[in-house]
Design a protein around this ligand. Sequence first.
Ligand code: FAD
Length: 488
Amino acid sequence: MVGAGLAGLSAACHLRGDGHDVVVLERGTEPGGRAAELRLGGYRFDAGPTVFTMPELVHDCIRALGQEPADHLEVRPVDPLYRCTFADGSELHVRSGREAMAEEIRAVCGPAEAAAFHRFCDWLGDLYRVELPHFIDRNYDSPLGLARPLRPALELLRLGGLRRLATKVGGYFADERLRRVFSFQSLYAGLAPYEALAVYCVITYMDSVAGVFHPVGGMAAVPGALASALEKAGGELRYGTEVDRVLLAHGTSGRVKGVRLASGEVVEADAVVCSPDLPVAYRTLLPGTPMPRVARRGRYSPSCVLWHVGTDRPAPPEAAHHNIHFGAEWDGAFRALLDRGERMPDPSLLVSVPTVDEPEMAPPGASVLYVLEPCPNLDGRVDWLAERERVRDQLAERVGRLGYPTTAVVEHLVDPLEWERQGMERGTPFALAHRFLQSGPFRPSNVERRAPGLVFAGSGTVPGVGVPMVLISGKLAAERVRELRGRP
Ligand SMILES: Cc1cc2nc3c(=O)[nH]c(=O)nc-3n(C[C@H](O)[C@H](O)[C@H](O)COP(=O)(O)OP(=O)(O)OC[C@H]3O[C@@H](n4cnc5c(N)ncnc54)[C@H](O)[C@@H]3O)c2cc1C
C-alpha cells in the first residue's frame, strides 16, 4: 500500500480484513494525508477536509477488521450543519434533521418553500438509493457497465439525474438563497451548478439530509482511528517511508513485483495499491507507463486558497462550526473561475471554526479559523507568486468585516503552488472534475491492465473526490485485489 491517506487506509483495512499481509508505506510522519492535522504553536488545524459526512463508511472499514468503531472513534452530529449568510444580510441555518430544517425554511423563506423542501428530500433520498449501490460503490470494466443492470439506469433517468443540477434544484425552490444552499455542493465535484448533472445532488444528500458530523479530536481523528484499528489487526504502518518506484516485471509493464523505496530498499508484494494523486503517481512512480488519456487531457477541478488562523480571541457568538458566506455574484463568479481561470469576483467563502465543537484545538478562550476561497488551479491565469500576499490581505479584510477576530497569533496560507508541492496535479487537491466523461467508467480506472496486481485508490480514480468517495475507493481497490486471486 502506498500512502496512508483515507483511501490507502480504507484499502488497507478491507484487505487486512480479507486476511492479507498488509504493509502501508507513508512518506509523512503520521496518517491522514490531506486529512492530517497541522500544528502551529498551541493551535491545531484541520489541514484539509472539514465537513465530515457519512461516518458509517469509516465504521465499515473498522468493522471489516472485526472491530467496534466506537472503540476507535467518537463522532457527534453538528447542528447547524452550516450557517449561511447572504449579501442581503439575511441568514439561514441548515439544520440537522428534516423537520428542524423545514421549520427553519418556513421561518426564513415561507411555507411554500418548506413544503418544497420535503419534496426535495424525498427526491434526494430516491436518487441516493439508486446511485450509491449501482453507480458509486462499484467497479467498472467498460462504459457498458453504466447500463448493467438496466433498471437502475432507467430509474436514474426517470429521477432526472441527467438533467442540469441547477435546473433540477430550481424546479423545487423559488427562493434564490435555497437554490444556492442546495446546489453549491456541485463545487465539491469541481463543477458549477449550471453545468453539473443532477446526479451530483447526491453530495447534497450526503450533507444536507444525512448530516454533518464532528469527529471528536478533529478531522485527524478519522485517519487516526483507521490506523489504530489496522495496527491492532496486525497491519504494518511504516511512516517516513517514501516510495520511489513501483516495480513491474518488464520495467514499464508486466506483473507487479513490489516497490522500491527512496532509501533503495525493495519491498516485495503480490499486489500494490497506489494512493498518491493518480497522475502524479504515474509520472513519478511509474515512469514510462503511459497514464490514462483523461488524466493527461481532462479538466481538473478548481483549487482553493486556504488560510489557517489561530487568534487569541473567541469566535463571535453567532459563528457556527461551518459558515458559508455567499457573495452577491453567483453564475458570474463560477464563469470567472471555470471559464476564464480567474479568481471569483466577490467569492463565496467557507469559514470553519472547529473550536466551536473542539475548544481544545486552541488555547483557552482563543479560536481557530479555517478560511477557504475557491480559486483557479494552476491551469488558470493567476500568478500565485505575485498574488499570494494580496489574497491573504483580502481574506483578512473580508473575514474581519464578517465579524471574526483576525489578529493572528499564528497563521498559514496554502495556495495552489503549495498544493502542487504536496503532490497534487495542477495544484488542486480536488482531482479531475466530475464531468460526465470524467466520471464512472470514464474516470482513470483503478486497475492498470499493463500491470496486473497494480491497483489505484484515491480521488484521481473511481468513484472520485471527497472523504466518502475515497473511503469507497479504498474498498473498491480491495475488491480489485480480491479479483486477482487465481490469476497467473
Ligand atoms: C482544503 C481541502 C478541503 C477539503 N474539504 C473536504 C470536505 O470538507 N469534505 C470532504 O469530504 N472532502 C474534503 N476534501 C477532500 C478530501 O480531503 C480528499 O478527497 C481526501 O482526503 C483524499 O484522500 P486520499 O487518500 O485520496 O489522498 P491523500 O490524503 O493525499 O493521501 C495520499 C497519501 O499518499 C502519501 N504519499 C504520496 N506520495 C507518496 C510516496 N511516493 N511514498 C509514500 N507515500 C506517499 C501522501 O503523503 C498521503 O498521505 C478536502 C480537501 C482539501 C485539501
